[in-house]
Ligand binder design. Structure first.
Ligand code: DON
Length: 613
């Protein structure tokens, strides 16, 4: 029977890479369109070059074909320079100089809006005005700033094709006419040729299809380069740039594009197309043959095929907001810990509904967080304690935080205590949650669900007449592990043990040490903690720990003294002597241990069923 190690090493490739390769093969024979020649140097491009690259927002790059061939970025640069202008000068200044309306005309149209502003920053009029804004702010450093910004989007230093720059500078009269027209209306200031040199160089920066995919992924990743992690643009600038790309990035083909492909994109006469689907991916294609609009023919076909095959149209979102609620249950389903003292158990059993738990997951956005708030609109369903377990929440958007804060601040009745759990140090949402308290939000925050529900249960016990006076010594008769032993048997066992006192903050047991002693907690409070020092459960007088030593099983947690703790320590030698002389009582202890462990298994099973149900 062949095994994985004997089978020939198959080339592992994901279905998406397979699709991209098939798409490349399907469109490579397409030779419609012409290589741009109005800038003579561009005419030297190899018309058969064809590359496709996809970059994901977690930094993976798929590539097929000529994805490493350099070509000039041309108009694609306009999108990134527009985002730069928004971040550098602010929207008010940029909008005063450049409109955000589609022109419906070719990229090199000289026409301005009725108010003499360019229609938008994607056509040449708007792009030259945008370049002017950068020059206004950065002076002689304008081009280097543009080049470094393009490089941060690509995640590498980019160079200029000097031959293309010279060729465009020599033949760029139409853009000179645009520039003089803009200067007439104050759309640009200063020397026209000096400014156009910046613009022509900007268009002559060399990129590859892979670079375009990564640039697109920066836009898709809300302004952060998914490979370098650098925040290259603000989320505000990204959203506005994608908006203008959606309406104008493909010029007088923009309407068809957003109808058929539905992904914000920008094309360039060098043969590139950059597309960006927010929260999903960046796409870069390169093929120099252009259609009548100045867009790459194979690039358009590729984008259409990808969008159709994987339903990428940005307006066909199918997220079901209800999936953010993983589970909604009363704390009895998953209580904090086994072996609460009998009087505490009676109080808690009588108070079903006093603690409600919402396990949330995924992205808490506007729609999903609104759904959560509506689940709490039934007054009968609002408990004394509401625990929001965010352990599986990956993101809370600004809108989601606004609704969460509002729910905690104004929606919940004063009698309800809000508790947020599952935001250990590494949680991606911990900073946002921890900031709630600074905003005056009344909320208790715990690293784990168990710590949260244990605290809430303690509050219910204390509020309803129960208490665990950890300062009062509990006799052995209250130990769940010793249930059923006679007073004489308890006295004989007690004589075999040693009374020990642990100072607050002492580690009593380590998970890495062999378990060789059982401890009966008589006074004080101790806690079981994980290796990462996360509190797993709290023990109070009348409870025991280290009991796995009785069945010679290794420990799984550390145990720490939260307060000064007085224990009866019982070694295994004395216990074996007890077994010799008190066989019935010893059997009863082992049986009690089995009952306790069964309770823990039932609790764990209930939790797994609830979370996977
Ligand atoms: O200004 C020009 O005409 C070129 N540097 C850029 C034009 C362009 O890329 C149009 N996009 N398809």
């Amino acid at each position: 029977m062949p095994t994985a190690s004997t089978l020939p090493a198959a080339p592992l490739e994901t279905p998406l890479l397979r699709f991209l390769k098939d798409t490349h093969a399907a469109f490579a024979p397409v030779d419609d369109g012409e290589v741009a020649s109005y800038i003579p140097e561009l005419g030297k491009a190899d018309p058969d070059h064809f590359g496709i690259a996809v970059a994901t927002t977690d930094g993976h790059v798929y590539e097929t074909g000529d994805t490493g061939i350099p070509f000039t970025i041309q108009s694609i640069s306009k999108a990134i320079v527009y985002a730069l202008a928004l971040d550098m000068l602010g929207s008010e200044r940029v909008e005063a100089a450049i409109g955000v309306e589609p022109s419906g005309e070719a990229f090199n149209s000289i026409r301005l809006r009725a108010d003499n502003r360019p229609f938008n920053a994607m056509v040449n009029t708007g792009a030259i005005a945008c370049c002017g804004l950068i020059a206004e702010a950065a002076g002689d450093d304008a081009f280097e700033l543009i080049r470094s910004t393009l490089g941060r989007f690509a995640g590498r230093t980019l160079e200029v094709d000097e031959a293309v720059f010279t060729s465009e500078r020599t033949t760029g009269d139409r853009n000179r006419a645009i520039a003089y027209l803009l200067r007439t209306y104050g759309g640009i200031r200063g020397d026209v040729d000096h400014l156009l040199d910046v613009y022509f160089r900007q268009c002559s920066v060399l990129v590859t299809a892979r670079d375009l995919a990564l640039m697109g992924a920066c836009f898709a990743n809300h302004g952060a380069n998914p490979v370098t992690g650098v925040q290259v643009a603000s989320t505000y600038a990204v959203a506005r740039t994608l908006a203008v790309m959606s309406s104008s990035g493909m010029y007088d083909f923009a309407g068809e594009w957003i109808y058929r492909v539905g992904v914000p994109a920008k094309s360039g006469v060098g043969g590139g197309i950059l597309a960006a689907l927010p929260s999903h991916l960046g796409l870069g294609t390169f093929s120099p043959r252009l259609d009548m609009h100045g867009n790459s023919v194979r690039g358009i076909r590729t984008c259409e095929a990808l969008s159709e095959a994987f339903d990428l149209h940005m307006l066909s979102r199918r997220d079901d907001v209800r999936t953010c609620v993983l589970a909604d249950y009363d704390f009895h389903t998953v209580p904090s810990k086994p072996g609460r003292q009998p009087h505490e158990q009676r109080i808690l059993e009588a108070r079903s509904g006093s603690i409600r738990v919402l396990e949330l997951a995924g992205k808490l956005s506007f729609a999903s967080m609104d759904y959560v708030t509506r689940r709490l609109m039934d007054p009968a369903g609002v408990p004394e304690f509401l625990i929001l377990n965010l352990h599986r929440v990956s993101t809370i958007t600004d809108a989601g935080m606004r609704l969460l804060t509002g729910m905690l601040k104004t929606q919940l009745p004063p009698a309800t205590t809000a508790v947020v759990a599952g935001v250990e140090g590494g949680s991606p949402v911990a900073p946002q949650v921890n900031a709630l308290r600074a905003q005056g939000v009344r909320v208790r925050i715990f690293p784990t669900y168990d710590a949260a529900v244990e605290w809430a249960e303690d509050q219910v016990v204390y509020r309803h007449g129960g208490f665990s006076q950890i300062g009062i010594e509990a006799d052995l008769g209250r130990q769940a592990l010793l249930a059923g032993l006679s007073p004489q048997e308890l006295a004989d066992l007690s004589r075999l043990g040693t009374r020990v006192v642990f100072a607050a903050g002492t580690r009593i047991l380590s998970a890495s040490e062999p378990s060789a002693r059982v401890y009966f907690l008589l006074r004080g409070m101790v806690s079981a903690r994980s290796a990462a020092n996360v509190r797993l459960s709290t023990l109070i007088p009348g409870m025991s720990f280290g009991e796995l030593a009785l069945i010679d099983e290794p420990r799984s947690t550390d145990v720490w003294a939260d307060t000064e703790a007085v224990c009866l320590e019982l070694g295994m030698e004395p216990f074996r002597a007890f077994q010799e002389t008190h066989a019935r009582a010893a059997d009863r202890i082992i049986r009690n241990l089995a009952v306790l462990l069964a309770g823990r298994i039932r609790m764990a099973t209930a939790r797994i069923e609830m979370l996977t149900g």
